[in-house]
Design a binder for this molecule. Structure first.
Ligand code: AMP
Ligand code: GLY
Length: 404
């Protein structure tokens, strides 16, 4: 098939890599140098225009921004097959207020919250919560719209900086799990649960990022927990919205069971990188089934070997970034543990491959067990260099402990 992939990050490179391995012809809009090596790049954000020029059999949308803007509705109106939710359903990610009220209406387990529309209302609402207090901006914020305030002064500052339209909610304690399922509007196929690492530093210290690494090993959720999440979270959303595409529930596994922190209406980044590495089913066919309402009876197979992705970030990330640093060593990573280096914030500059964003590369590998998979990733990282490069040294450690 000819498959157009919308987006330009590590998630999209991983999707492209997987689909290219299956023999599909890859187009990327706007793409990145990693995707360019696998197919043809269309340097545009006029996605329907790109589709008209290459006439793909199928289009897959990576990021949330075009989904929230209605790219799926636009493609469907033009009778083009596309994987992703319609604009209405994409509001589950586009507006935190909409998403929380939706969960309340459907009785989907989530943190207790209030919605406010002004800074004054926000500040008085803080009295209803004990610290730490979670303050969330309503709209899309690329991972920067949530502040976990440890005291009231910080919470007030958060209300002022993120307001006026906010969700203020109770802090939930537990382990975070990313649960993603693919739907065709009716039938649902769960992917394996993954675990992301949101904080920039080891031991979950420091500010939140888009995600510093992820892994999947088939053991993050028990079968019973996965079924429970399907029944109490994913199924109600799909039935209420006729959701198509990837629905991502960010879960907190609390003492009272799984609760939803957020919905995303797309695959996760970096969760997609280890998922694509481990998937053992024909992904192109599964995507086509989602776009055409044919997911009934489909299930996904996963390789036995766990997979791990560690993100290499640019100087300053997640704060003020520096870009333009030369990247070397990717070609030296070899194929031990089938290492794949997925590109995200890169560009081809005067001196070769250069950094061009916060999360630069996602080094991904498998291994006979989770510890070996992580060791393969960290051995590969030794070979890569760019000035200011930093990464977490403890990706997958929670999972490795679970095996002990
Ligand atoms: P969100 O964009 O809503 O997923 O929030 C980003 C991150 O903030 C999550 O991945 C969690 O690490 C953290 N977070 C969000 N809401 C809560 C909460 N109610 N309790 C604890 N941590 C939270
Ligand atoms: N890794 C978190 C996200 O994709 O939103």
């Amino acid at each position: 098939m000819k498959i157009l992939i919308i987006g330009s990050g590590g998630r999209e490179h991983a999707i492209a890599w997987r689909l290219a391995q299956e023999g599909h012809q890859i187009y990327g809009a706007p793409g990145n140098p990693g995707i360019a090596a696998l197919g043809q790049i269309l340097a545009t954000t006029n996605y329907l225009g790109a589709a008209k020029s290459v006439d793909p059999d199928l289009t897959v949308v990576g990021p949330e921004v075009p989904l929230v803007a209605g790219v799926v509705d636009e493609f469907r109106a033009a009778k083009r097959k596309i994987v992703g939710p319609a604009r209405d359903a994409a509001q589950l990610e586009g507006s935190k207020i909409y998403s929380k009220e939706f969960m309340q209406r459907l009785r989907i387990p989530t943190a207790r919250f209030v919605r406010v529309e002004s800074v004054e209302a926000g500040i008085s609402a803080l009295a209803e919560f004990s610290t730490p207090i979670v303050v969330k901006a309503d709209g899309l914020a690329a991972g920067k719209g949530v502040i976990i305030a440890k005291d009231r002064a910080e919470a007030e500052a958060a209300v002022r900086s993120l307001g006026p339209r906010l969700v203020i909610e109770e802090f939930l304690q537990g382990e975070e799990v990313s649960f993603i399922a693919l739907s065709d509007g009716k039938n649902i196929v769960p992917l394996e649960a993954t675990q992301d690492h949101k904080a920039v530093g080891d031991h979950d210290k420091g500010p939140n990022t888009g995600g510093m690494g992820a892994y999947c090993d088939g053991r993050i959720l028990s079968e019973a927990d996965a079924r429970h999440v399907m029944d109490t979270v994913i199924r109600p959303v799909v039935d209420a919205t006729r959701f198509t595409g990837f629905l991502y529930a960010g879960l907190m596994m609390t003492e009272d069971g799984p609760k939803v922190l957020e919905f995303n209406v797309r695959l996760g980044d970096p969760e997609t990188q280890p998922l694509m590495h481990r998937l053992d089913s024909p992904f192109g066919e599964v995507l086509m089934a989602s776009a055409t309402g044919n997911l009934a009876g489909v299930s996904l197979r996963w390789r036995r070997q766990p997979s791990v992705c560690v993100v290499l970030a640019a100087a300053g990330y997640p704060g003020q970034l520096r870009t333009g640093d030369v990247i070397t060593g990717i070609e030296r990573c070899g194929t031990h543990g089938q290492v794949q280096v997925f590109q995200a914030g890169t560009k081809t500059g005067a001196k070769g491959l250069e950094t061009a964003g916060g999360r630069v590369l996602g080094v991904t590998a498998s291994g006979p067990d989770l510890a070996a998979a992580a060791a393969n990733v960290y051995a590969a990282i030794e070979k890569i260099h760019f000035d200011g490069m930093h990464y977490r040294r403890d990706i997958a450690r929670k999972g490795i402990k679970r095996w002990d």
